[in-house]
Each structure stands twice: as C-alpha cells, then as structure tokens.
Design a protein around this ligand. Structure first.
Ligand SMILES: NC(=O)c1ccc[n+]([C@@H]2O[C@H](COP(=O)([O-])OP(=O)(O)OC[C@H]3O[C@@H](n4cnc5c(N)ncnc54)[C@H](OP(=O)(O)O)[C@@H]3O)[C@@H](O)[C@H]2O)c1
Length: 224
C-alpha cells in the first residue's frame, strides 16, 4: 500500500501524512514549499510532473486550501467581492483539486478499493447555507463538491472500486482557521492530529456507493 498527501506542509495535511505513516503505509508528501516534492495547485505542469513520481498509490488525499492571505479574507458582504480574490479561491479550492484528480487518478490502480479524497468544508453545502457571507470560500468549496461528484461518475467507468469523496474535518486548530476561531469553543476545536485520525476512520468505513459524496469528521454525509 502507498499513499500521497498533497499539502503535507499544512496543519491537517502534515497530521494526515504522519497518521498514515504510523499505520505502516508509505507516504509521498507533496507541498508547494517542498523543493524536490514540489506541487503548486495553480500550476498544472507541477501537478502533472508530481504525478509521475508517486508510483501507483491506493490513497490520494488533497489537503490544500485557501481561506485568507494577507489583507484578503472571507467576504462579509457583496460590496467586498473582488474578482481577483474570487478567482484565487476558485483556482486553489476547486480547479486545483480537480487537476490533481485529472493527473493522479490515471496512475492509481485500475481495480480494487482505492480512495481519492479532497478536504472540502461544510460551508460548501448549498442547502445548509443559512448565514450567507464568505462568498469566495463557500462558492469554491461548492464547486469542489460538484467536481468530486462529476469525477466520481467518470472514475467509476475506469475502476468501480475507487471512492472519490470530499471531507469536512470540523474546526481544526490550524493557520487557516486561526483568525476565525473566536466563536468556536475549545471543546469544538480539534488538534490536527486528532482531526487526522478522525478523517482516516471515516475513510476506512467508506464503500464504493459512497463515491461522489461529502462526509464530515463523524462520517455523516453532508447534503449538497
Ligand atoms: N482548519 C479548519 O478548521 C478547516 C475547516 C474546514 C475545512 N478545512 C479544509 O481543510 C484543508 C486543509 O486546511 P488546514 O486547516 O490544514 O490549512 P493550512 O494549515 O493553512 O494548510 C493549507 C495547505 O494548503 C497549501 N496550499 C495553499 N495554496 C496552495 C497551492 N496553490 N498549491 C499547493 N498547496 C497550496 C498550503 O501550502 P503552503 O504551506 O505552501 O502555503 C498548506 O499546506 C483546506 O482545504 C481547508 O479548506 C479546514
């Protein structure tokens, strides 16, 4: 067995890579800042090149994501909409993981149980949107969920044992969530290593008919 974690420099990505390795599985750790194992989700050539270096993994997890950067962050209202920032959200959170699927699924085994998972977020659920706001992040995660569904349908024809899913990790104490943890009590915020174990437990329990769906850290399906 072997696994790939993309975004292995991040809070959840590093914890996932560590937890998978603890189970005795070989892990290829890829990240934007890793010289020889470099991957940038906004640069398709780097994604294609990285896919040629990982053999034929049974498990690929995309743990990258963008919520804020410098002065840019989640929009409170329409007046905050900025096309450049919106495009960056979509490039990192939706198009990037789809391009990872484009280049990594073809190198995964053609038969048997395999998993391609991308970290999504409950906020990407359209039916669950009651608060509004967070336009770019919310819409890019909704787009990611639609990519997951569409990729799952196509992948079933190549290998009906592949499970393509999105995962919501809960609120996890990382650089991404740090500025927004104010409303979340410490009891509802997970350390990255705990979040990683919870997500791997969810993946362990998935079956082929679950492909195309999004699950939270408790294994409950999130409505589209
Ligand atoms: N933390 C939470 O509470 C929470 C809640 C719901 C969903 N999530 C989702 O979980 C995932 C992981 O988040 P996290 O909390 O672990 O965040 P994080 O610690 O900020 O990690 C984000 C990772 O994404 C990478 N990344 C960003 N842009 C990239 C690009 N263009 N190419 C390659 N890598 C890129 C970062 O790489 P660099 O190190 O190179 O910047 C970093 O490894 C995200 O998809 C996030 O939306 C998190």
């Amino acid at each position: 067995m072997s696994a790939v974690v993309i975004g292995a420099s991040g809070g959840i990505g590093k914890a996932l890579a560590d937890a998978i390795e603890d189970e005795g599985v070989d892990v290829h750790r890829l990240a934007r800042s890793f010289g020889s194992r470099h991957i940038d989700l906004t640069d398709e050539e780097s994604i294609a090149a990285a896919a040629t270096t990982v053999g034929s993994p049974d498990l690929v997890i995309v743990a990258t994501g963008l919520l804020h950067d410098g002065e840019h962050g989640p929009e409170k209202a329409m007046r905050d909409l900025d096309p450049t920032w919106l495009a960056r959200n979509f490039a990192t959170n939706a198009v990037g993981p789809a391009l990872v699927a484009k280049h990594f699924l073809p190198v995964m085994p053609r038969s048997g149980r395999c998993i391609f998972a991308a970290l999504s977020a409950r906020i990407g659920s359209i039916s669950d949107n009651r608060l509004g706001g967070w336009y770019g992040y919310r819409a890019s995660k909704a787009a990611l969920n639609q990519f997951i569904r569409t990729i799952a349908i196509e992948e079933r024809r190549r290998n009906d044992g592949t499970i393509v899913v999105g995962l919501h990790p809960g609120t996890v104490d990382t650089a991404l969530s740090k500025p927004f943890q104010g409303n979340v009590g410490p009891g509802r915020r997970f350390a990255p290593d705990r979040a990683a174990v919870q997500l791997l437990d969810v993946l362990d329990g998935l079956k082929a008919p679950d492909s195309g769906k999004v699950f939270d850290w408790e294994g409950r399906e999130i409505a589209p």
